[in-house]
Design a protein around this ligand. Structure first.
Ligand code: F6R
Length: 269
Protein backbone atom coordinates (compact mmCIF):
# COMPACT_ATOMS: atom_id res chain seq x y z
CA UNK A 1 0.00 0.00 0.00
CA UNK A 2 1.21 3.47 -0.81
CA UNK A 3 -0.24 6.80 0.28
CA UNK A 4 0.19 9.65 -2.20
CA UNK A 5 -0.97 13.04 -0.95
CA UNK A 6 -1.49 15.74 -3.56
CA UNK A 7 -2.28 19.44 -3.11
CA UNK A 8 -5.74 19.33 -4.63
CA UNK A 9 -8.17 17.40 -6.83
CA UNK A 10 -6.47 18.44 -10.03
CA UNK A 11 -2.99 17.25 -8.94
CA UNK A 12 -4.55 14.04 -7.67
CA UNK A 13 -6.12 13.28 -11.06
CA UNK A 14 -2.83 14.16 -12.82
CA UNK A 15 -1.01 11.59 -10.68
CA UNK A 16 -3.58 8.84 -11.39
CA UNK A 17 -3.40 9.55 -15.12
CA UNK A 18 0.40 9.54 -15.03
CA UNK A 19 0.33 6.01 -13.56
CA UNK A 20 -2.28 4.79 -16.07
CA UNK A 21 -0.33 6.31 -18.97
CA UNK A 22 2.92 4.80 -17.73
CA UNK A 23 1.34 1.31 -17.64
CA UNK A 24 -0.28 1.84 -21.06
CA UNK A 25 3.14 2.78 -22.51
CA UNK A 26 4.46 -0.65 -21.59
CA UNK A 27 2.57 -1.80 -24.66
CA UNK A 28 0.55 -4.73 -23.35
CA UNK A 29 -3.24 -4.82 -23.74
CA UNK A 30 -4.18 -2.68 -20.76
CA UNK A 31 -7.19 -3.93 -18.79
CA UNK A 32 -8.91 -1.26 -16.72
CA UNK A 33 -11.55 -1.58 -14.00
CA UNK A 34 -13.54 1.64 -13.78
CA UNK A 35 -15.67 3.32 -11.12
CA UNK A 36 -18.40 5.89 -11.62
CA UNK A 37 -19.29 8.79 -9.28
CA UNK A 38 -17.89 12.29 -9.17
CA UNK A 39 -14.32 11.48 -8.09
CA UNK A 40 -12.97 9.77 -11.24
CA UNK A 41 -14.44 12.34 -13.65
CA UNK A 42 -11.19 14.36 -13.67
CA UNK A 43 -9.26 11.20 -14.55
CA UNK A 44 -11.57 10.40 -17.48
CA UNK A 45 -11.34 14.04 -18.71
CA UNK A 46 -7.55 13.90 -18.66
CA UNK A 47 -7.44 10.54 -20.44
CA UNK A 48 -9.77 11.93 -23.13
CA UNK A 49 -7.42 14.91 -23.50
CA UNK A 50 -4.42 12.57 -23.82
CA UNK A 51 -6.29 10.69 -26.54
CA UNK A 52 -7.15 13.89 -28.45
CA UNK A 53 -3.95 15.82 -28.02
CA UNK A 54 -1.27 13.15 -27.70
CA UNK A 55 -2.88 10.29 -29.62
CA UNK A 56 -3.17 7.97 -26.62
CA UNK A 57 -4.56 4.91 -28.35
CA UNK A 58 -7.32 2.96 -26.60
CA UNK A 59 -7.90 0.44 -29.40
CA UNK A 60 -6.19 -2.34 -27.43
CA UNK A 61 -7.53 -1.26 -24.04
CA UNK A 62 -10.21 -3.36 -22.30
CA UNK A 63 -12.50 -1.91 -19.66
CA UNK A 64 -14.74 -3.44 -16.99
CA UNK A 65 -17.31 -1.53 -14.94
CA UNK A 66 -17.10 -1.84 -11.20
CA UNK A 67 -20.84 -1.85 -10.47
CA UNK A 68 -24.38 -1.11 -11.67
CA UNK A 69 -27.88 -0.50 -10.35
CA UNK A 70 -30.13 -3.49 -10.79
CA UNK A 71 -33.37 -2.77 -12.64
CA UNK A 72 -32.16 0.13 -14.83
CA UNK A 73 -31.93 -0.25 -18.61
CA UNK A 74 -28.58 0.67 -20.22
CA UNK A 75 -29.98 3.91 -21.63
CA UNK A 76 -31.32 5.20 -18.29
CA UNK A 77 -29.61 8.48 -17.41
CA UNK A 78 -28.67 7.09 -13.96
CA UNK A 79 -27.29 3.75 -15.16
CA UNK A 80 -23.55 3.26 -14.90
CA UNK A 81 -23.51 2.01 -18.51
CA UNK A 82 -24.84 5.44 -19.51
CA UNK A 83 -22.38 7.25 -17.23
CA UNK A 84 -19.34 5.43 -18.67
CA UNK A 85 -20.53 5.99 -22.21
CA UNK A 86 -21.21 9.70 -21.68
CA UNK A 87 -18.16 10.54 -19.60
CA UNK A 88 -15.52 8.36 -21.19
CA UNK A 89 -16.09 5.72 -23.85
CA UNK A 90 -17.77 7.85 -26.50
CA UNK A 91 -14.80 10.25 -26.46
CA UNK A 92 -12.02 7.71 -27.04
CA UNK A 93 -11.28 5.01 -29.60
CA UNK A 94 -12.00 2.04 -27.33
CA UNK A 95 -13.58 -0.83 -29.27
CA UNK A 96 -17.18 -1.71 -28.46
CA UNK A 97 -16.20 -5.38 -28.02
CA UNK A 98 -13.57 -4.42 -25.43
CA UNK A 99 -16.10 -2.79 -23.10
CA UNK A 100 -17.64 -4.97 -20.40
CA UNK A 101 -20.51 -3.81 -18.25
CA UNK A 102 -22.45 -5.24 -15.39
CA UNK A 103 -26.00 -4.97 -16.65
CA UNK A 104 -29.04 -3.56 -14.88
CA UNK A 105 -31.43 -6.01 -16.52
CA UNK A 106 -29.60 -9.33 -16.87
CA UNK A 107 -31.57 -12.42 -17.92
CA UNK A 108 -30.19 -14.33 -15.00
CA UNK A 109 -28.35 -12.55 -12.20
CA UNK A 110 -26.11 -15.36 -10.94
CA UNK A 111 -25.11 -16.42 -14.45
CA UNK A 112 -24.36 -12.81 -15.41
CA UNK A 113 -22.13 -12.34 -12.33
CA UNK A 114 -20.35 -15.65 -12.89
CA UNK A 115 -19.74 -14.85 -16.57
CA UNK A 116 -18.38 -11.43 -15.63
CA UNK A 117 -15.85 -13.01 -13.29
CA UNK A 118 -14.92 -15.56 -15.98
CA UNK A 119 -14.43 -12.81 -18.56
CA UNK A 120 -12.06 -10.93 -16.22
CA UNK A 121 -10.05 -14.14 -15.82
CA UNK A 122 -10.09 -14.89 -19.56
CA UNK A 123 -8.52 -11.55 -20.47
CA UNK A 124 -5.78 -12.10 -17.90
CA UNK A 125 -7.17 -10.05 -15.00
CA UNK A 126 -7.47 -6.34 -14.36
CA UNK A 127 -4.23 -4.33 -14.60
CA UNK A 128 -5.47 -1.13 -12.98
CA UNK A 129 -8.65 -0.80 -10.95
CA UNK A 130 -9.84 2.77 -10.32
CA UNK A 131 -11.85 3.17 -7.12
CA UNK A 132 -13.60 5.95 -5.27
CA UNK A 133 -14.56 5.56 -1.61
CA UNK A 134 -17.80 6.16 0.24
CA UNK A 135 -17.93 8.22 3.44
CA UNK A 136 -18.53 4.92 5.24
CA UNK A 137 -15.48 3.30 3.60
CA UNK A 138 -17.34 1.38 0.90
CA UNK A 139 -15.63 0.43 -2.38
CA UNK A 140 -17.80 -0.38 -5.37
CA UNK A 141 -21.17 -1.17 -3.82
CA UNK A 142 -19.49 -3.23 -1.11
CA UNK A 143 -20.98 -1.54 1.92
CA UNK A 144 -19.66 -2.08 5.48
CA UNK A 145 -20.08 -5.73 6.54
CA UNK A 146 -19.51 -7.02 2.98
CA UNK A 147 -17.38 -10.13 2.99
CA UNK A 148 -13.76 -9.23 2.41
CA UNK A 149 -13.45 -12.17 0.00
CA UNK A 150 -16.71 -11.55 -1.89
CA UNK A 151 -17.05 -11.97 -5.65
CA UNK A 152 -19.28 -10.18 -8.18
CA UNK A 153 -22.84 -10.46 -6.89
CA UNK A 154 -26.12 -8.77 -6.12
CA UNK A 155 -26.28 -6.49 -3.08
CA UNK A 156 -29.13 -4.71 -1.35
CA UNK A 157 -28.57 -0.95 -1.22
CA UNK A 158 -28.55 0.72 2.18
CA UNK A 159 -31.54 2.85 3.13
CA UNK A 160 -29.26 5.93 3.07
CA UNK A 161 -28.22 5.21 -0.54
CA UNK A 162 -31.83 4.63 -1.59
CA UNK A 163 -32.89 7.90 0.04
CA UNK A 164 -29.91 9.82 -1.41
CA UNK A 165 -30.76 8.56 -4.91
CA UNK A 166 -34.45 9.39 -4.72
CA UNK A 167 -34.21 12.86 -6.31
CA UNK A 168 -32.55 11.45 -9.48
CA UNK A 169 -35.72 9.52 -10.35
CA UNK A 170 -39.16 10.68 -11.49
CA UNK A 171 -41.10 7.74 -10.07
CA UNK A 172 -40.82 6.10 -6.68
CA UNK A 173 -40.78 2.59 -8.20
CA UNK A 174 -37.83 3.51 -10.45
CA UNK A 175 -35.46 4.10 -7.51
CA UNK A 176 -32.97 1.21 -7.41
CA UNK A 177 -33.02 -0.99 -4.31
CA UNK A 178 -30.46 -3.53 -5.46
CA UNK A 179 -27.20 -3.41 -7.35
CA UNK A 180 -24.51 -5.59 -8.86
CA UNK A 181 -20.93 -5.03 -7.81
CA UNK A 182 -17.54 -6.60 -8.24
CA UNK A 183 -16.73 -8.24 -4.93
CA UNK A 184 -13.92 -7.19 -2.62
CA UNK A 185 -12.11 -10.43 -3.51
CA UNK A 186 -12.51 -9.57 -7.21
CA UNK A 187 -11.14 -6.05 -6.71
CA UNK A 188 -8.19 -7.36 -4.68
CA UNK A 189 -7.05 -9.53 -7.61
CA UNK A 190 -6.32 -6.44 -9.72
CA UNK A 191 -2.59 -5.92 -10.29
CA UNK A 192 -2.74 -2.28 -9.25
CA UNK A 193 -5.48 -0.40 -7.43
CA UNK A 194 -5.78 3.39 -7.49
CA UNK A 195 -8.19 4.61 -4.83
CA UNK A 196 -8.98 8.29 -5.29
CA UNK A 197 -10.45 10.54 -2.62
CA UNK A 198 -10.95 14.27 -2.47
CA UNK A 199 -12.45 16.54 0.16
CA UNK A 200 -12.89 16.74 3.91
CA UNK A 201 -16.00 14.54 3.83
CA UNK A 202 -13.82 11.57 2.87
CA UNK A 203 -11.14 12.19 5.54
CA UNK A 204 -12.58 9.91 8.26
CA UNK A 205 -13.02 6.98 5.85
CA UNK A 206 -9.49 7.56 4.51
CA UNK A 207 -7.99 7.64 8.00
CA UNK A 208 -9.76 4.43 9.01
CA UNK A 209 -8.88 2.67 5.75
CA UNK A 210 -5.18 3.52 5.93
CA UNK A 211 -4.45 3.61 9.66
CA UNK A 212 -7.25 1.58 11.22
CA UNK A 213 -7.59 -2.18 11.56
CA UNK A 214 -8.51 -4.30 8.53
CA UNK A 215 -12.20 -4.86 9.01
CA UNK A 216 -15.35 -5.56 7.00
CA UNK A 217 -16.79 -2.51 8.79
CA UNK A 218 -14.48 -0.37 6.61
CA UNK A 219 -14.25 -2.29 3.30
CA UNK A 220 -11.43 -0.11 1.88
CA UNK A 221 -9.19 -1.13 4.81
CA UNK A 222 -8.58 -4.44 2.97
CA UNK A 223 -6.35 -2.50 0.57
CA UNK A 224 -3.69 -2.50 3.31
CA UNK A 225 -3.05 -6.10 2.20
CA UNK A 226 -2.50 -5.18 -1.46
CA UNK A 227 1.15 -4.57 -2.45
CA UNK A 228 0.17 -2.27 -5.34
CA UNK A 229 -2.75 -0.35 -3.82
CA UNK A 230 -2.21 3.39 -4.01
CA UNK A 231 -4.39 5.84 -2.11
CA UNK A 232 -4.16 9.00 -4.21
CA UNK A 233 -5.79 11.69 -2.12
CA UNK A 234 -5.86 15.45 -1.74
CA UNK A 235 -4.84 17.46 1.34
CA UNK A 236 -8.42 17.67 2.61
CA UNK A 237 -9.04 13.94 2.37
CA UNK A 238 -5.65 13.40 4.07
CA UNK A 239 -6.38 15.85 6.89
CA UNK A 240 -7.11 13.22 9.58
CA UNK A 241 -4.10 10.99 8.89
CA UNK A 242 -1.82 10.67 11.93
CA UNK A 243 1.27 9.88 9.80
CA UNK A 244 0.61 12.36 7.03
CA UNK A 245 4.09 13.92 7.06
CA UNK A 246 5.72 10.47 6.99
CA UNK A 247 3.71 9.43 3.88
CA UNK A 248 4.70 12.66 2.16
CA UNK A 249 8.35 12.19 3.06
CA UNK A 250 8.39 8.61 1.77
CA UNK A 251 6.75 9.65 -1.51
CA UNK A 252 9.15 12.57 -2.04
CA UNK A 253 12.19 10.38 -1.41
CA UNK A 254 11.25 7.14 -3.12
CA UNK A 255 12.89 8.00 -6.44
CA UNK A 256 16.10 8.85 -4.63
CA UNK A 257 16.81 5.27 -3.48
CA UNK A 258 18.81 4.52 -6.65
CA UNK A 259 20.90 7.71 -6.22
CA UNK A 260 21.52 6.81 -2.62
CA UNK A 261 22.79 3.34 -3.52
CA UNK A 262 24.90 4.64 -6.41
CA UNK A 263 26.65 7.09 -4.07
CA UNK A 264 27.23 4.39 -1.47
CA UNK A 265 28.72 2.07 -4.11
CA UNK A 266 31.05 4.79 -5.39
CA UNK A 267 32.34 5.34 -1.85
CA UNK A 268 33.04 1.65 -1.30
CA UNK A 269 34.70 1.14 -4.74
C1 F6R B 1 -18.95 4.07 -8.09
C2 F6R B 1 -18.75 3.35 -6.85
C3 F6R B 1 -18.76 4.02 -5.50
C4 F6R B 1 -18.13 5.42 -5.52
C5 F6R B 1 -18.15 6.05 -4.13
C6 F6R B 1 -17.64 7.48 -4.16
O1 F6R B 1 -18.89 3.19 -9.20
O2 F6R B 1 -18.60 2.18 -6.90
O3 F6R B 1 -18.10 3.21 -4.58
O4 F6R B 1 -16.81 5.31 -5.97
O5 F6R B 1 -19.46 6.04 -3.63
O6 F6R B 1 -18.48 8.26 -4.95
P1 F6R B 1 -18.08 9.74 -5.33
O7 F6R B 1 -16.87 9.66 -6.17
O8 F6R B 1 -19.25 10.25 -6.12
O9 F6R B 1 -17.84 10.47 -4.05
Amino acid sequence: MEVIIKKDYSDMCDEAVRLIHQTWQKGENLVLGLATGKTPLGVYDRLIRLHREQQMDFSDVLAFSLDEYLGLPDNHSQSFVFYMQQNFYQHINIKEENIFHLRGLPDHIETHCREYETKIQEVGGIDIQILGIGENGHIGFNEPSSSLSSRTRVKTLTQETIAANAHFFHHQDEIPRYCLTMGIGTIMESRMILLLASGEEKSAAIQQSIEGPITASVPASILQLHPQAKFIIDEEAASKLARKSYYKWVYEHKDKVDDFLAKKRKRTD
